[in-house]
Design a protein around this ligand. Structure first.
Ligand SMILES: NC(=O)c1ccc[n+]([C@@H]2O[C@H](COP(=O)([O-])OP(=O)(O)OC[C@H]3O[C@@H](n4cnc5c(N)ncnc54)[C@H](O)[C@@H]3O)[C@@H](O)[C@H]2O)c1
Length: 413
């Protein structure tokens, strides 16, 4: 699939860093209104420079446009790309308002083009294993999800020194203006909707707790830095979602059912372990092959193993580690000290869907549903409360199963 990048800022490097994982993705052009960023991105990843956005739209060889512009430009760029007959992969959010989101969905359908919206982390190895374990019934009926995406007190960190592989500074002002809901909620929401199906309601509260984050930004210019939402899914599952840039970093997910509990400590790490513990009081024995532990000979059964020290016995569980899909070369992730994400996986999923003439796992109806939930969460800045979610989407197929290994572990969460 021939692709073109529009917007060569901070996040573009995350795509550039992982592009080589997918030789089927051929980057034919890149464009940015900032010539120095365009030139640095082009040089770093060996992608030809387009003379203008129009030149990309006019190039009949380009199949898909990757829209990596700031959120306020998403609708304008995606609209032009769809009108030019291109498929679109947009960074999140789809739009910052309902009219824009609805327009793009209708336009993609009219033009018979694919419209996908990042993030793609719900297709990542670890999250797919988590979903597989839920489908294998290891927690029984899932009842409650604690989804956390606290990113630490960013305003107190040395964010002015953060820079991408292509030398672009982290866009602090944009991030502070847009706020934590539009910037981060989709990483948790996209996974939950892909597994539990459509949401029925969102009850939420959002607030800007620190109003003097950055010189030159007045309190009214800042998006929320804290949001807590309760999402009630039609399937009966309830999720408590916390998003913020104030509290200590915690980007985890915990799914509790009648039989067991599943936990992923870091949803931005495609290779994060998935841990399982039996729910207190449950006598259920999970039967998933993913939980079969190869116990070395002469290891005493866990019930006989003595805890050391004088404290309470540690809670024991099973850890499932997932191997990434095999490749001839080492897998490349976005270059970041704090996580391993393969941002280009979403592009590869679109390429595979087009090649195989099948529905992509990242589809416009799911993107719109995520948009609607994010909008409900963000609307609680102005008015905390309860909102109905009306959109639905076609269920999403799991990714092909990956190789996993299970081992005994101590549960520390
Ligand atoms: N910063 C992050 O850590 C991060 C992580 C994941 C996703 N995202 C998302 O990625 C998107 C881009 O964020 P970013 O951090 O790269 O921002 P950025 O400001 O660093 O980069 C955006 C780039 O788009 C360019 N641009 C703006 N309007 C344009 C137009 N009309 N045509 C062509 N280029 C245009 C800008 O010149 C800039 O270089 C946002 O939607 C953001 O939510 C950001």
């Amino acid at each position: 699939m021939n692709i073109a990048f529009v917007g060569c800022g901070f996040v573009a490097a995350y795509y550039g860093d992982s592009l080589a994982n997918y030789p089927e993705l051929r980057p034919l052009a890149a464009f940015d209104i900032d010539p120095s960023r365009l030139s640095a991105f082009s040089k770093q990843y060996n992608i030809p420079i387009a003379s203008s956005f129009q030149a990309i739209l006019d190039n009949p060889d380009i199949d898909l446009i990757v829209n990596l512009t700031p959120p306020a430009s998403h609708v304008e760029i995606s609209r032009a790309a769809l009108l030019a007959g291109k498929h679109v992969y947009s960074e999140k959010p789809l739009s910052l308002d309902r009219a824009g989101a609805e327009e793009l969905i209708a336009l993609a359908a009219k033009q018979d083009r694919l419209l996908a919206v990042a993030p793609c982390n719900f297709l990542g190895w670890s999250m797919q294993t988590l979903a597989r374990l839920v489908r294998d019934d290891v927690v029984g009926t899932p009842r409650l999800v604690y989804a956390e995406i606290d990113d630490g007190p960013i305003h107190q960190m040395a964010y002015t020194t953060w820079s991408s592989t292509a030398g672009v500074s982290w866009p602090a002002e944009m991030e502070f203006r847009v706020g934590c809901v539009w910037e981060h909620a989709a990483y948790e929401v996209g996974f939950m909707t892909s597994l539990f199906g459509p949401a029925a309601t969102v009850t939420s509260f959002s607030h800007t707790l620190v109003t003097d984050k950055m010189e030159g930004l007045a309190p009214q210019d800042l998006g929320p830095d804290f949001c807590v939402g309760l999402i009630h899914f039609h399937s009966g599952v309830v999720a408590r979602l916390t998003i913020g840039t104030i509290a200590r970093r915690n980007r985890s997910m915990t799914i509790t059912g009648d039989k067991g509990i599943l936990h992923v400590p870091e949803i931005w790490d495609f290779e994060a372990p998935v841990q399982f513990a039996v729910t207190r009081g449950s006598t259920a024995k999970p039967t998933s092959s993913l939980l079969l532990v190869d116990t070395p000979p002469n290891t005493p059964p866990e019930s006989e193993a003595k805890s050391s020290g004088t404290g309470p016995s540690p809670e024991r569980g099973i850890q499932v580690d997932t191997q990434p899909p095999p490749m001839d070369t080492p897998r490349l992730y976005a270059t970041s000290p704090s996580y391993r994400m393969d941002m280009s996986l979403g592009l590869a999923e679109i390429a595979a869907a087009l090649r195989d003439k099948r529905r992509p796992r990242m589809a416009a109806d799911h993107a719109f549903h995520i948009y609607e939930i994010l909008q409900a969460l963000n609307d609680s800045v102005a008015a905390p409360g309860h909102r109905e979610i009306t959109s639905k989407f076609v269920p999403i197929d799991p990714m092909p199963a990956l190789q996993t290994t299970a081992s005994n572990c101590t549960i520390s969460w």
